[in-house]
Write a protein that binds this ligand. Structure first.
Ligand code: ATP
Ligand code: MG
Length: 355
């Protein structure tokens, strides 16, 4: 039995999960989400390291996760992702060297300031022999160092850092069957994880990431839209946003004009989300290797906004479903849906992706 703990530090909250795996079972044994003070992280980047370390220490003490080892995720504008193509290289050292070189060519981060990682996407036959498509991730080293030092300052030991997009795919999509994997008929699926300040847009085929981009939009922008329109404080606007949702039935005990006003503000406020997601999907579709996109799965705290699936479906013109981050587990530990939606990244970080 192995135990893995993973943490996702967002601008509004820290999410942590503990997953126990045996040969044939993967169980979620703990999941917690705690709000943190605003401003410690901004747009996915750590702004106040020592305050964040103190919050993390408190989080750990309150929830008593096993051991000290934690897996971490990153998603911000200081980590860049590109697709590259190379001749097939079976020797891992040669492949790594070639990826490093290509990263230097394609990703605008100075080589000596970056940390590079990659994931194979697919092999194909080109005019000049067998080639391999890979997704290359390059992050500013100082951003990674800050993350590691915050976690160490909280008394914990980081044991792996992954791109949040890769983690989300492991949490939300089943592993492809051996029979189907690599089939050129398999459609793509989009995942849109909307947090408080940022949105991760991902397009995947066979659970492999073919495209990802981080958009600076989240639920805090919706709260601001409500506050601006109604004159409520941001705490009040947050509460009415959560109560009313984007679309839905009249609310018992609420004045119908107020509900209509809030929903109208949310519908206007969410337009940039539709625009940016549509732009990302258009970009993906313009690539020579693009597949038709079958559906869009929405997660993250903002996926709890009632009607966001229908709103996105109308705006983007494709099937939209609210994702189930617990779907790949044998036992979900009875975790509530709102905790699950906000723990999708942490859950994916804790999963190894073998199934
Ligand atoms: N029931 C709800 N209805 C609407 N929005 C909700 C609801 N519950 C939570 N949210 C929104 O979800 C957001 C928090 O989501 P999440 O925990 O995924 O963000 P985060 O990881 O802290 O932020 P980020 O990743 O963007 O830095 C907040 O903006 C909050 O208003
Ligand atoms: Mg988040």
């Amino acid at each position: 039995m192995s135990t893995v703990v993973a943490l996702d530090m967002g601008s509004s909250a820290i999410a942590g999960v503990e997953v126990k795996s045996s040969r044939d079972r993967v169980s979620l044994t703990k999941a917690a989400v705690e709000p943190i003070a605003p401003g410690l992280l901004q747009d996915g980047e750590i702004r106040q390291p020592s305050e964040l370390a103190a919050e993390l220490k408190r989080f750990w003490k309150t929830h008593r996760f096993s051991g000290k080892k934690v897996r971490l995720g990153v998603a911000n504008q200081r980590v860049l992702v590109r697709t590259i193509e190379l001749p097939v290289l079976e020797n891992p050292a040669e492949l790594r060297a070639a990826v490093q070189f290509e990263a230097g060519e394609h990703i605008p981060i100075p080589v000596d300031e970056s940390v590079v990682d990659y994931q194979p996407v697919m092999r194909y036959s080109g005019d000049d022999g067998e080639r391999e498509r890979l997704v290359v991730v390059a992050a500013y080293r100082d951003m990674i160092d800050t993350l590691v030092s915050v976690v160490r300052a909280a008394g914990l030991q980081p044991v792996g850092i992954d791109l949040e997009a890769f983690a989300l795919l492991r949490a939300l999509l089943p592993a492809p069957s051996v029979v189907d994997e690599g089939s050129t008929d398999t459609p793509a699926q989009a995942v849109v994880h909307v947090g408080a300040e940022v949105t991760n847009v991902i397009v995947a085929v066979d659970r492999k990431c073919h495209f990802t981009r981080l958009v600076n939009f989240g639920g805090s922008h919706l709260t601001t839209a409500v506050a601006d329109r109604t004159g409520l404080s941001s705490e009040e606007a947050e509460a009415v946003k959560q109560a009313c949702g984007l679309l839905g039935q009249p609310l018992e005990g609420w004045d119908s004009d107020t509900v209509a006003e809030v929903r109208h503000a949310l519908a206007l406020g969410a337009r940039p989300l539709v625009r940016e997601v549509a732009r990302c999907l258009d970009y993906y579709r313009s690539q020579p290797f693009a597949r038709p996109i079958d559906r869009l799965i929405v997660t993250g705290g903002t996926s709890l906004c009632t009607g966001i699936d229908r709103y996105l479906q109308q705006g983007i013109g494709m099937r939209v479903e609210v994702g189930d981050p617990l779907g790949q587990l044998d036992h979900d530990g009875g975790v509530a849906g709102d905790i699950a939606a906000r723990s999708a990244v942490a859950l994916g970080l804790a999963l190894d992706g073998e199934r």
